[in-house]
Design a protein around this ligand. Structure first.
Ligand SMILES: [Zn+2]
Length: 354
């Protein structure tokens, strides 16, 4: 409702775990803030309004995962922070590096028992710009917000696991992994269907080339990475109790773009050992191996010697991530295959040399 913008529709997408608005719509004024500090400063203005968190992914940050991390708390925690001051709904600017109008979703933290549950959605980047400009012209405009999303009860589901048996130490495991759940706006081609294909491709490459590793190479398609990591946690519990020994794990969950490096969580001697393999991995386009976080799913496995995240060029990942842009057409087969080759070489070295 606005003197100037009556009838203008905005492109939105519900955030994961948001409640819906039921049959009715929410109609409310909007307060735009950049972050939680500003929300707190202006808390007296929040009651009964929709809070619009408009902070963009900082395009000045070279590492896009860093930029994403700096902006994403408005998605994960915005509805909870806004509810503290009596907001009736939340909109966020999509956390994206692409300035189109496709909204990007992702999980919210669980609602807090002591606070009202309010619905939350992301806006397409261009519509976030529009709303920001519109509020400057008409600060008392009202938005109607309707979300038909709901969270259904959990049902039984599974990780999918395939082993390529080791010839000498078959109870010693090298995991190669992706996750095969995804947000539903696209088809999860980069996040993380492609990562699953790369993990599976490792087994297929070994088979086609008749490579017989000493240790067992285990491909895991994890379930529920996006909405609670239940598959990862369950496999971590299994790894704790099995007599199998988990030597190392590699996860591909940063898009299937051109390979760049491997981020390793290990002790320093193991890291140096892996770094000595770089001349071999350079054949598959790997430029560096350094200390860093591995991946959400494999990091649930304790007591490995090395947890390794496959790192491709990340400049386009957040154009697609968690949105309708994440489709097969965006996957470049050659880039994906190069990544599979890099992971296969790393898996072989881990099996034979670690
Ligand atoms: Zn993912």
């Amino acid at each position: 409702e606005s003197e100037f913008f009556e009838g203008r529709e905005l492109e939105i997408l519900a955030l994961g775990r948001s409640i819906g608005t039921g049959e009715k719509e929410i109609t409310a004024e909007v307060i735009e803030v950049k972050n939680f500090d500003e929300l707190k400063e202006r808390q007296k203005e929040v009651k009964g309004k929709i809070v619009f968190f408009s902070r963009p992914h900082d395009m000045g940050t070279v590492n896009t995962f860093q930029g994403y991390g700096d902006a994403v708390n408005q998605r994960s925690q915005g509805a909870i922070e806004a509810a503290k001051f009596g907001a009736v709904g939340v909109l966020i600017r999509s956390v994206t590096t692409k300035h189109d109008n496709v909204p990007h979703t992702g999980s919210m933290n669980n609602y807090v028992d002591s606070l009202p549950e309010i619905p939350a959605a992301s806006l397409g980047f261009l519509d976030a710009d529009f709303l920001s400009d519109a509020l400057k012209k008409d600060s008392i405009l009202k938005l109607k917000m309707k979300l038909n999303c709901k969270t259904l009860p959990d049902i039984l589901s599974y990780n999918v696991i395939a082993d390529y048996k080791g010839t000498e130490k078959s109870d010693e495991i090298i995991v190669v992994a992706g996750h095969f759940d995804s947000w539903d706006a696209g088809c999860g081609a980069h996040d993380d269907g492609g990562g699953c294909i790369q993990a599976f491709e490792v087994l297929d490459l070994f088979k086609r080339l008749s490579i017989k590793p000493k240790r067992t190479i285990r491909c895991i398609f994890y379930i529920n990475e996006e909405n609670g990591v239940k598959g990862g946690i369950e496999y971590g519990n299994y790894a704790d109790t099995t007599r199998e020994k988990h030597i190392a794990a590699i996860e591909s969950d940063r898009g299937v773009f051109t390979p760049v490096g491997f981020a390793v969580t290990s002790d320093s001697l193991t890291l140096i050992k892996l770094q000595n393999w770089l001349p071999i991995l350079e054949y598959a386009g790997i430029e560096w191996i350094k200390a860093g976080g591995s991946g959400v799913d494999i990091s649930q496995i304790k007591n490995t010697q090395a947890l390794i995240g496959f790192v491709p060029d990340d400049q386009r990942y957040f154009d697609l991530h968690h949105s309708a842009n994440d489709v097969f057409e965006e996957v470049h087969p050659r880039e994906m295959e190069l990544g599979a080759a890099a992971i296969a070489v790393m898996a072989f070295l881990l099996s034979e040399e670690l």
